[in-house]
Design a binder for this molecule. Structure first.
Ligand SMILES: Cc1cc2nc3c(=O)[nH]c(=O)nc-3n(C[C@H](O)[C@H](O)[C@H](O)COP(=O)(O)OP(=O)(O)OC[C@H]3O[C@@H](n4cnc5c(N)ncnc54)[C@H](O)[C@@H]3O)c2cc1C
Length: 137
């Protein structure tokens, strides 16, 4: 459920059946939708999100105590959420991206260097383990 700017709204308590997730709501925006919404001010985004939750849960939804818009795409050390292999990206590109330099002294690790789990925490972890093992060899 959701609608408008916010096509997806997940109620974690209903999704998991666990009360420990009580009051956890998650909205996901990706690609062009995310860029479109992020072009607006934080206040405007907050207003739009609150209006959507009121359409779903009723006018009793209170004003948020705190609302943060992360804007990872503007963070020069972040550059967005996680890597995405564009059209035409091949296994050869993937292998080049993770290739060690300086005779193995410089290793690259991170979710982008995991073939099976790119975009996930365990992809970053596994590629870190592989890079550490390369250093030890
Ligand atoms: C909204 C969102 C939801 C997600 N949900 C999930 C999920 O449910 N499950 C899951 O498994 N994964 C999820 N992920 C993905 C997960 O967060 C990443 O895959 C993981 O954090 C990647 O780890 P990493 O160590 O490769 O990179 P990062 O965690 O991005 O770490 C890279 C670090 O390098 C730093 N850095 C960059 N450039 C420089 C530089 N030049 N000098 C110094 N430091 C630099 C950055 O600041 C950053 O701290 C999610 C990501 C986002 C954004």
């Amino acid at each position: 459920m959701g609608g408008g700017d916010w096509p997806i709204l997940i109620d974690f308590e209903r999704l998991t059946g666990k009360r420990s997730f009580r009051s956890v709501l998650s909205s996901h925006l990706t690609g062009e939708d995310a860029l479109r919404v992020l072009r607006r001010s934080d206040e405007d985004i907050e207003r739009s999100w609150v209006a959507m939750t009121r359409r779903v849960f009723g006018e009793g939804v209170p004003e948020p105590v705190f609302f943060e818009v992360p804007r990872w795409e503007d963070n020069e050390l972040q550059g967005g959420a996680y890597s995405n292999w564009g059209a035409g990206f091949s296994e050869e590109h993937f292998n080049l991206m993770g290739q060690a330099m300086s005779g193995g002294r410089v290793q690259f690790a991170g979710e982008h260097n995991s073939k099976d789990y790119s975009g996930f925490v365990h992809g970053g972890y596994l590629s870190g383990v592989a890079a550490a093992n390369n250093v030890l060899q």
